[in-house]
Design a protein around this ligand. Sequence first.
Ligand SMILES: [Zn+2]
Length: 175
Amino acid sequence: MTIHKLAENLWQIDFSLFGSCVYLFKYKKKNILVDTGAKWNFLELKKSLEELKTPAEKIDLVILTHGHFDHVGNISLFKNAKIYGSDKDFSRKENILDIKELNLPGVVLIETPGHSKGGVCLWFPKEKILFSGDTLFHRGIIGRTDIPGSNPSDMRKSLEKLTKLDFKILCPCHI
Ligand SMILES: [Zn+2]
């Protein structure tokens, strides 16, 4: 696993085995995690957060960019966190709150279907940070649209929304 510090309050965690990367974002006195990796990334995730002196029980908010297994494998680790995701990818039964009800000042929620029905991106305009899930990666690479739940024409519209945003730090969920 590797931990990269991207800003004063933002870290990216990558795993040795396949899984989404995870971002720890310390924002307005909250410890926010974006995505959780795949199940088998469990130990590395736990260890990374301990290294960052923010163990799992100190995470206040988990935001899931979409419902794929490689992003949602470790939500059970965050016992004290509220977990949010789009109701187009998650059902209420899973104890995942509707991302539209996320009450976090200074964040703009952007619905970006295309890779999955319930894909979302989170934009922090003041900090110029964009969490882009599996919609947009570095070097202009885009997420897959050939899997169940994906739709190339929705993806085009979603990417168009992202091109209008001003950001300096792109945080995609695969690098
Ligand atoms: Zn995905």
